[in-house]
Design a protein around this ligand. Structure first.
Ligand code: G1P
Length: 296
């Protein structure tokens, strides 16, 4: 029987240099989309998928992340005193029980595969999820939940997949499809960041994975891949003829919050999706668009 997926790894050790100077003192994962940090969206998505244990692979300078998930007695007492029940409820969603969350330091920036490998002892012999919080996915049914459901049918390893323009393949892991079953594809090859002319397809890996513990064994070998880094893509590709690899074309819209343009797009989309902001914000956007087209 396939084991339930209850653990997720968040590789969050990166320096976030694309968002300097903000990331000089604020971890990228704490940057806010409307009023919630990026990492909160990732945690909520995991909870919806049945994840109970959260493993953060961090680095120096990320202590704000630990504080974020901790209780905040002074703030709570103050809100209680003022009878601000709604805000207390908002805070509640940010707490993770002691024991439900672990922080591991990645001491050398050797790549995504290495970051995941740093959590191997906490994973043991269970399947696990990997979530890259930069990839924010707006979906009716959260993406990881879609994957957990698909994984219950397929077993093996599963990656989230999405068609990207051919000239963008060099920013992604790219799938070589063995069999296309619509939402689900079985995979016969995986390449990390291929040039457009070398890409086996334009079906790219997005930052959600459900992996077997065998991936940790593969990462043990410490093989260097694209860019001289230890790549998660390579460790997964090693299971193509082993436990199998599947891609799920998830239903939802993905935003690349690792880029400034993507972050801004997500801000607009998530702002417009909010009942408390929609009217005012869409009015503003209409005015801006009118000014912009008048100027042209
Ligand atoms: C990572 C993975 C890549 C994947 C991408 C999704 O790359 O290595 O395979 O397609 O995330 O966002 P990164 O964006 O960290 O360079």
């Amino acid at each position: 029987m396939k084991r339930k997926v209850t653990k997720a790894i968040f590789p969050v050790a990166g320096l976030g240099t694309r968002f300097l100077p903000a990331t000089k003192s604020v971890p990228k994962e704490i940057m806010t989309l409307v009023d919630r940090p990026l990492i909160q969206y990732a945690i909520d998505e995991c909870r919806a998928a049945g994840i109970e244990e959260f493993i953060f692979v961090t680095s120096r300078g990320k202590s704000a992340l630990e504080d974020y998930f901790d209780s905040s007695p002074v703030l709570e007492a103050e809100l209680q005193r003022k009878g601000k029940d709604k805000l207390l409820k908002v805070l509640e969603e940010t707490y993770v029980d002691s024991g439900g969350i672990a922080y591991i330091r990645q001491q050398k920036a050797l790549g995504l595969g290495h970051a995941v490998w740093c959590a191997r002892r906490l994973i043991g012999d269970e399947p696990f999820a990997v979530v890259l919080p930069d990839d924010v996915i707006a979906a009716e049914k959260p993406c990881l939940q879609q994957m957990v459901e698909a994984y219950a049918e397929t077993g093996g390893n599963m990656v989230a997949a999405m068609e990207v323009p051919q000239d963008k393949t060099s920013a992604y892991g790219v799938l070589d499809v063995r069999q296309d079953m619509g939402n689900l594809v079985s995979v016969k090859g995986m390449v990390e960041k291929p040039k457009a002319e070398d890409a086996p397809s334009n079906l790219a890996v997005i930052g959600r994975y459900i992996l077997t513990p065998k991936i940790m064994d593969n990462l043990n070998q410490g093989k260097q891949g694209a860019g001289g880094e230890i790549q998660l893509t390579d460790a997964i590709a090693d299971e193509i003829d082993g436990e199998g690899v599947f891609g799920l074309r998830f239903r939802g819209q993905r935003f690349d919050c690792g880029s400034k343009a993507g972050f801004l797009q997500a801000t607009v989309a998530f702002g417009l999706a909010r009942d408390d902001l929609r009217d005012e914000f869409s009015q503003y956007l209409r005015e801006m668009t009118a000014i912009d087209s008048a100027a042209q």
